[in-house]
Every structure is written in C-alpha cells, then in structure tokens.
Design a protein around this ligand. Sequence first.
Ligand code: 13P
Ligand code: G3H
Ligand code: ZN
Ligand code: ZN
Length: 309
Amino acid sequence: MPLVTSKEMFKKAYEGKYAIGAFNVNNMEIIQGIVEAAQEEKAPLILQVSAGARKYAKPLYLKKLVEAAVHDSGLPIVLHLDHGESFEICKSCIDDGFTSVMIDGSKYPFEENIELTKRVVDYAHERGVVVEAELGRLAGIEDAVKVSEQDALFTDPDEAVEFVERTGVDSLAIAIGTSHGAYKFKGEPKLDFERLEKISNMLPGFPIVLHGASSVPSEFVELCNKYGGQIPGAQGVPESMLRKAAEMGVCKINIDTDLRLAMTASVRKYLAENPSHFDPRQYLGPGRDAIKQMVIHKMRNVLGCSGKA
Ligand SMILES: O=C(CO)COP(=O)(O)O
Ligand SMILES: O=C[C@H](O)COP(=O)(O)O
Ligand SMILES: [Zn+2]
Ligand SMILES: [Zn+2]
C-alpha cells in the first residue's frame, strides 16, 4: 500500500469517535518503534516530520525511512509535515511526496492566516494532498492568567467556522489549553472542553486536531529523574481528557514529548545499569522497544484506534 492521505482515516475516526495518533519522527529507531506498535495494533498511523526533524536527519533520509515503514508494514500511513511555517516549505514537502501538510499561520493576524492557508490549500488540493491549519495560540492555561487573556489566546468558535469556510482546509488545530513540551500545567490540568464542544458543534463532521497532547507519563519522568535526569514537575494532558476529546470531534492527536521521554528514560536506565557498554545498538534497542510499548498503550487505551487499519 502506498502512502495515503488522512481523508478516509479522519472520516472513520470522526464517525467512530476515536482519534488517530500523529507521532513526530526524527530517526530510524523512533520510526520503527511507532510502526511496530501500529502493526501489532492494526492501527492507522500518521508519521509527522517537523522542520527541525528535516534539518536533523535530512529530508531524504526521513522520506526513505518512512517509505521503508510503508513497505515493511503494509499499513495505511500518512506522511505529514508538522508546523510548516511558510508556503515554500509546504510546497517543497508536497513536491517531495508528502500526503499531508500543516501550514501554521497561527502567529499571523486572522486575515493573513487565511490568505497563507488558502494559498497552500490551493496548491495542495490540485495535487491530491490534504492540509491542516492552526487558529488560536497554543499556551498552557497557566500562561493565561486572566479569563480575558485566555479568550484572546484560545480559538474563537465563530472565527473557526469562517476560517474553515474561506480556506477550504481539511482539518484545523485549535487552542483549548494544551501546549507543547513536558510542562503543560503548573497546577490542576484543565482544558476548555466547552470551547471544544462549541467548535465541534458548529463544524459538524469536520476533523479537529489537538497539538501538545502528550500525557507525560509519570513512570518516564520518574525513571529519567532516577537515572540522572532533571525534569522535576513535568506534567502532561491526562489520558482521560484525551479520550474525552477524541469523542468530541478531535480526530488527530499529536505526540512528540512522550516519544522523547520513553526513549530517554530507557536509554538513561540502560546506560546507568550497564556502564561498560558502548555499542549504540545496546541502548537504542531498548529505547525503540520503550517507544513501541508506549505507543501500543496509547493506541489501545487512549486514542481508541487499535484494530481500525
Ligand atoms: O503538538 C505536537 C507536535 O506538533 C507535540 O506535542 P507534545 O509536545 O505534547 O508531544
Ligand atoms: O510541535 C513541535 C514538535 O514537538 C516538533 O518539535 P521540533 O521542532 O523540536 O522537532
Ligand atoms: Zn504542534
Ligand atoms: Zn497510561
């Protein structure tokens, strides 16, 4: 099976009230860990590549690794550009065979975001590629101290409807209190589900995307800290909230931090326990396996996409 777009995947996920995992990939072990999990779970899969990943691994290497994953697994896999900053980077990925791109115009004023997104949508759709955009600013709820500030950061439901209509975009990332990285909340985790419900009701059938959706499992944080790491107070989005979001029109859930934590915890533990070892296969192998187990858990118990490939 060649690379696919997310059109069918999202349609089924929306109807079935589950979400597809979109995992960030940077090297072979990360890709293999994720894909082995998806194979075991018979799950549809989105592998996403950031500009930073392309810089780190080189575009051609990542493309070929993902092609290998498609051949080897026989799974429906989407190759997606994460947080494309400009028309040019989106164009280059589309020309390169990506089946999905994100144009992230969220830092621009509304009209400029629409204009940029529309330009990418026109180019992508002519070539059978789907587009994700972003409206609203991702920030932890603690970053928005006053309700009025939060209102300015989070996605406005009326604007979301107008944005989707005017751009023709295929999916939309919204801001309801999630944020990137391992420190998402200072106190109690909280997401604006009322806002999500409103947006979802105003855009029936339309796939919503949640960025910054790692749950930062405490077992990985504790392992990192036990074996020389220093990430005290790391906190993610509780799994129960992700399950709830998946039932409310969120069809794509982005995960990067949890992959980083799984691999780092496992490598730290291995090296601490085996100080005389220096063959990278000895510690990257367990790192790959830790990613696989984490992704299996996520697909089966959080996203609900197991058995849906
Ligand atoms: O949104 C993401 C990638 O675009 C990843 O979010 P996390 O940092 O929560 O894993
Ligand atoms: O949303 C951002 C992703 O976690 C990718 O991060 P990166 O830009 O460091 O590759
Ligand atoms: Zn993101
Ligand atoms: Zn769990």
